[in-house]
Design a protein around this ligand. Structure first.
Ligand SMILES: [Zn+2]
Length: 429
């Protein structure tokens, strides 16, 4: 009886939550200040009509019918949902190796589901996952469960696991007799590389990621975070060709400038991290439409001991150098026409993704450029620009709002007061 009563209360609450969004009824959002995701100005008093999952219209001083359902954000700044182009949803706070060795993929999937919900509630409505780091198919399962409405989280595009060569991206420091969980799909030679890409596509990957270097291997320089190169030209070309033949984009994990050059020559679509890239390389990327995802925040968190449960004194010196170089690199990128996308690489503190925007702006990125990098430009990199990234007619209604002006003060994005994903209200404070 008690169980029946609880179920009944749940159904009543649940049906009330969905009341304003029942199928075939339009909802009108009144936006006080409005950023569409691609302009260099804000508009005032915009009315957004949302029906089911999509945006029907966007009009300044638009009319709203007398009995229409209204969400009043007239005192807020309304923006497209943020798109984080570099995360690892199946990683969480604490020691990295312990997650691989002591936790099952099933446990990590549940953890990822909780973090996905927090991420969405913070205003991130889409993420690109660039490696589940040994969590089986946690990311694929979570993506599919979210798409079916079983779990709550951002739209996920995932690479499942990056492709890399023998001797790279394994857990470090264990006896070779031990079989440790796979954190990259290992493939050597063009034939094997093609086969791994095909396998990933079969398993449901939305993009392919390649590790260009691995810092476990011989270092170029000991004080910075570069490593031996993983692939030959032939292997890289096979990887990119096979991915592109299937319509998938390729993200390249890169530290050194010469690795970036090799990746760009092979035809990759984005350079991730790119800690030590030169201005010439950024110019080349601009020319070839290769995106740059700097991921500033993660290295600073790592330096400060806020990642992987702490940092050794040697690594602290290395990361301090890395961060200084990385900031200079980011400033070099700003001088060129390279398209820069918002990507945090964070997993320790889900829901703090917007801190990357704060960093990008503090190092000189113009506010509207920073916000575009997290919306329309990010959607372009992901290849979802026809359905997301801006608040425009026929796109998915991925809409967030904040109190105040995030262009003047990006810290405001830490406290998003309204989140709608595909027409469904997730947060309304
Ligand atoms: Zn990463």
């Amino acid at each position: 009886m008690k169980k029946y009563f609880i179920t009944l209360i749940f159904l009543i609450i649940h049906s009330n939550l969905n009341f304003a969004q029942s199928a075939s009824q339009s909802v009108f959002i009144k936006a006080g200040k409005f950023f569409d995701g691609k302009s260099n100005t804000l508009r005032n008093n915009v009315v957004i009509e949302v029906k089911d999952k999509k945006i029907i219209s966007v009009k300044e001083n638009g009319e709203i019918g007398k009995d229409a359902a209204v969400i009043d954000l007239s005192k807020k700044t309304v923006l497209p949902g943020l798109i984080d182009t570099h995360i690892h949803i199946a990683l969480h706070a604490g020691n990295y190796d312990a997650q691989m060795l002591r936790e099952t993929p099933e446990y990590r999937t549940l953890y990822a589901a909780a973090n996905a919900k927090i991420t969405l509630e913070s205003g991130v409505t889409t993420v690109r996952d660039v490696g589940n780091e040994g969590a089986g198919f946690a990311d694929v399962a979570l993506r599919d469960a979210i798409n079916k409405g079983i779990a709550i989280g951002p739209r996920i595009l995932t690479c499942i696991q990056p492709v890399s060569s023998t001797g790279s991206y394994d857990l470090v420091g264990y006896s070779p007799y031990l079989r440790t969980p796979t954190i990259a799909y290992i493939a050597d030679g063009p034939v094997e590389v093609r086969k791994k890409v095909r396998q990933l596509i079969k398993e449901g990957a939305d993009l392919i990621k390649v590790y260009m270097e691995s810092y476990e291997k011989k270092q170029y320089r000991d004080d910075i975070l570069t490593g031996g190169k993983n692939y030959t030209k032939e292997e890289l070309e096979a990887l990119v060709d096979e991915a592109h033949r299937a319509g998938l984009k390729v993200a390249a994990h890169v530290y050194a400038d010469e690795s970036a050059r090799e990746a760009i020559d092979a035809g990759v679509d984005s350079i991730e991290h790119g800690l030590y890239l030169t201005e010439e390389t950024f110019n080349l990327m601009a020319k070839k439409n290769v995106y740059y995802v700097p991921t500033l925040l993660v290295y600073q968190m790592w330096r400060d001991g806020d990642l992987f449960g702490g940092i050794s004194p040697q690594d602290k010196i290395k990361l301090t150098n890395t961060c200084e170089e990385h900031i200079k690199t980011f400033k070099r990128a700003l001088k060129t026409g390279v398209k820069i996308c918002f990507g945090t690489d964070t997993f320790e503190l889900p829901g703090t993704n917007s801190r990357e925007i704060e960093l990008m702006m503090s190092y000189g990125m113009k506010p509207f450029e920073a916000m575009k990098s997290a919306t329309s430009l990010a959607a372009e990199l992901l290849g979802i620009e026809k359905i997301a990234g801006t608040i425009e007619e026929s796109k998915y209604a991925d809409i967030i709002a904040v109190d105040g002006d995030p262009f003047g003060n990006p810290k405001i994005l830490r406290d998003v007061s309204f989140v709608m994903k595909e027409g469904k209200v997730i947060v309304n404070k």
